[in-house]
Design a protein around this ligand. Structure first.
Ligand SMILES: [Fe+2]
Ligand SMILES: [Fe+2]
Length: 203
């Protein structure tokens, strides 16, 4: 494995690289993968709105998340534009097994602030994995326009991953955050091994 292929671990902490067959599978039906991707962006925007609604007293977090909502919705619109360029329709939203599994792993019995940290870590992980997959698309997809498109999104999602980790450290001591983060990384590695590699799913 070369240095570039190890970036997922060094930069993002992810324990398992994406199956190398995935990009080829994804590009076989661009309408499917772009549809799934569009809803990932929609959910990213919606999740930030929900956090703002549920934790309005966390002023710093609200200030940081408000522009992210706009950015994620912008990503949704960018994916829509890619579909339109190719005369592909936006399909229906799919069941998101990856995100559902992460949600289940969250501890839901802690104090209000503990539950916030759990959610911030789940969002950080979704951003990290998205970033890793966008990077693969930016390198290996054959469509040159999409290469550039996914490169831009990879950079944006990397910044979001860092932001969610930084926010978590506002509410828990750093060591506690990093210990729990490692548990999430380990869980994600095992969970990914059980998920079928599908070209119509971003995760
Ligand atoms: Fe995004
Ligand atoms: Fe994001």
């Amino acid at each position: 494995m070369n240095e570039i292929d190890e970036a997922h671990k060094r930069v993002l902490g992810l324990q398992l690289p994406t199956d190398p067959r995935w990009v080829n599978m994804a590009e076989m039906d661009l309408g499917e993968i772009l549809t799934d991707h569009a809803y990932c962006e929609q959910k990213a925007a919606t999740s930030c709105i929900t956090l703002i609604q549920q934790y309005p007293e966390k002023t710093d977090m609200v200030e940081e998340l408000a522009p992210i909502v706009t950015e994620e919705w912008g990503h949704f619109r960018m994916v829509l534009a890619e579909l339109r360029k190719r005369n592909l329709p936006l399909g229906k939203q799919r069941k998101d097994e990856y995100v559902n599994a992460l949600m289940k792993f969250q501890k839901k019995d802690g104090a209000w602030e503990d539950r916030l940290v759990e959610r911030l870590l789940v969002f950080a992980l979704i951003e990290a994995r998205s970033c890793e997959r966008f990077r693969l698309l930016s390198l290996y997809i054959s469509d040159d326009e999409l290469k550039e498109f996914y490169y831009k999104l990879m950079v944006a999602e990397a910044a979001h991953y860092k932001m969610f980790i930084r926010l978590a450290k506002k509410y828990w001591p750093e060591e506690k955050v990093m210990n729990r983060w490692q548990e999430y990384l380990d869980f994600e590695e095992e969970m990914l091994k059980t998920l079928e590699v599908r070209g119509d799913r971003m995760h």
